[in-house]
Design a protein around this ligand. Structure first.
Ligand SMILES: Cc1cc2nc3c(=O)[nH]c(=O)nc-3n(C[C@H](O)[C@H](O)[C@H](O)COP(=O)(O)OP(=O)(O)OC[C@H]3O[C@@H](n4cnc5c(N)ncnc54)[C@H](O)[C@@H]3O)c2cc1C
Length: 306
């Protein structure tokens, strides 16, 4: 079967694109590794219009219900590995729970978002999933009454320590910069929280110990002194990398983000991108949904004229 449109991704931008594609009655599917993406990992959300306060998990449930109301049920467990073009069609080569599958479409929206950046220090791989986590919402509850550290200094690190302070007995926020970045409201909350201790201007050097609970070693940038911190869990929130590796056809910027114009078009006709995977500077749910809508409407225009 040749679909009119395939949307790759299962989060904010893909959902918004899916709602518009359904209302335009396109013959389309949504395929994704998971449903919810980074939205589901977002913890408390207080800046998505219409929702004074919600959580990432609640919002992704609402996204799912909204799609279902249009009889759209994203297929998850599918990782797109390669997107190529043959005879004016897009061929998507994917892995479906260990099995190779191929999809074909006249147009594609890439809405694959980002993945967490790693520290790249000794011990990180060894303790990954065993004390080192990249998702506070997912793993934070495992550290009740324990001592934890979050590495990073932007919004997602700030949200991480605020969540952890409700669970853990002590929370360190370790940042390479001399000051915290991110939204002032979050910074104020973090600074006011007595359980959170901020350690600025340091380089995290290694995760130590033979087993979970060893801790970490960092070097103070000013004094060059190396210090150790005994912690049970380490949460890494130092930015993200775009999930754009499955496509070589499109132009990307130096960060690997897919370059799109204001209509969500890449440099290849019929191939669109939306949300955090693109070169848009601000990575937010409201922006990702808006871009998903734009990309879907652009895909409709493309299909009508090709
Ligand atoms: C800790 C944290 C807190 C945040 N808090 C907020 C907040 O309070 N407010 C706010 O507006 N934003 C917040 N954000 C940012 C927000 O989560 C993102 O802007 C938003 O999720 C982007 O949506 P997206 O659809 O572009 O991509 P994502 O949410 O990243 O989803 C990408 C989707 O693509 C799928 N995928 C990836 N690669 C492939 C592949 N090869 N094949 C198939 N599927 C694939 C993934 O499984 C996923 O479903 C936060 C982010 C984090 C990490």
């Amino acid at each position: 079967m040749v679909y009119e449109l395939i949307i790759v991704g299962g989060s904010a931008s893909a959902v918004a694109a899916g709602i518009y594609a359904a209302r335009r009655k396109l013959n389309f599917i949504i395929i994704s590794k998971d449903f919810g993406g980074e939205v589901a990992n977002s913890g408390e959300i207080e800046n998505y219009p219409g929702f004074v306060k919600t959580t990432g998990i609640e919002l992704s449930e609402k996204f799912k219900k909204h799609l279902a109301s249009h009889n759209v049920f994203p297929e998850t467990g599918i990782e797109v590995k390669n997107i190529k073009q043959e005879n004016n069609r897009f061929i998507l080569e994917a892995d479906k729970i260990g099995k190779a599958v191929v999809y074909e479409a006249k147009s594609v929206i890439i809405a694959t978002g980002v993945r967490p950046r790693q520290l790249g220090i000794p011990g990180e791989e060894k303790f990954r999933g065993k004390g080192v986590s990249y998702c506070t919402v997912c793993d934070g509850p495992l550290f009740r009454n324990k001592i934890v550290a979050t590495i990073g200094g932007g919004n997602s690190a700030l949200e991480s320590v605020l969540m952890l302070s409700q669970i853990a007995s002590k929370v360190y926020l370790i940042t390479i910069n001399s000051e915290l970045a991110g939204e002032n409201t979050l910074i104020d909350k973090v600074k006011a929280d007595k359980k959170i201790e901020i350690i600025c201007n340091v380089n995290t050097k290694k995760i130590i110990g033979e087993q979970l609970g060893g801790g970490l070693e960092y070097k103070e940038k000013e004094s060059s002194q190396t210090k150790r911190l005994k912690v049970d869990g380490i949460f890494v929130h130092i930015g993200h990398l775009p999930n754009s590796q499955m496509v070589d056809l499109t132009e990307k910027n130096k960060f690997g983000e897919i370059i799109v114009d204001r209509l969500g078009q890449t440099n290849i006709g019929g191939l669109f991108a939306a949300g955090d995977v693109t070169d848009i500077p601000y990575k937010q749910i409201a922006i990702a949904t808006g871009m998903g809508v734009t990309a879907a409407l652009s895909a409709v225009s493309y299909l009508n004229s090709n």
